[in-house]
Design a protein. Sequence first.
Length: 273
Amino acid sequence: MFPTLLVLISMATLGCALHFPIGPEFLLKKGPINNRIVGGEDTPIETIPWQVSLQSQGWHYCGGVIYSKNIIITAAHCVHNNDSKILDSEIVDVRVGSSTSDNGGSVIKVAKITVHDHYIHYVYKNDTPKSQYDIALILLSSPLEMGPTVKAIPLAESVPNDGAVVRVSGWGYTETGEAPLHLKSVYVNIVNLEKCARVNKIESTKAKICAASPRKDSCNGDSGGPLTYRSKLVGIVSFGPEICGDPSQPGVYTDVVELRQWIDVEATKLSSN
Ligand code: ARG
């Protein structure tokens, strides 16, 4: 199948595509406030210089995080197609060092993608897609030039306590129902994991953390992007309820602290071959 179509279909299924030429109507279920980030603010890339945009054919579709000069961390579902196959590296580009998703900074080709072995993505009828071990690493084809707009972020050593204020960012849908061209970020609170698993009907709490705040949330198109606590990476945007910003149903993030070792080991392997 034509590769762009594959990405489109994949992201539509995941509810995660943005800016693709066929428009959001195709990608999102209709509804008044479905699939929209709420409460975010425009944020310059200098404030979040580890944020990147994953793009296909020039269109932003997922976020990512700079781990080192040649490795990007993202969500596994951001690098899979509808047939659960890992995307060809040729169809994914990474824009770094820009507050705007459609210009500025530099666009770098992907050399290789590694996905967590235990990654599973599942969709039950009439429910939002869910994942486990939703994490992947991208090896860039050329090393990043670090500077004020391009920086790696250290991984956190411990999960922040319930209630801690964390920040999430990206070019995902906003409360107006549009995919913003300017990077946004929002502060949310860590939510008790057991409670989050119950309300989101998640079977396993493994490698997950949750965060929510009234009318503030990540949303579709933010996947793969950073959840940070005191400028350290604690989570990767993974999935959430149909309605973004509903505080009774927190957003779900891949737990970077639990997967620290996996990230370090796989990043070393990836960058050495
Ligand atoms: N899977 C979505 C994406 O690709 C992330 C959804 C987050 N939703 C939420 N309510 N926090 O962008």
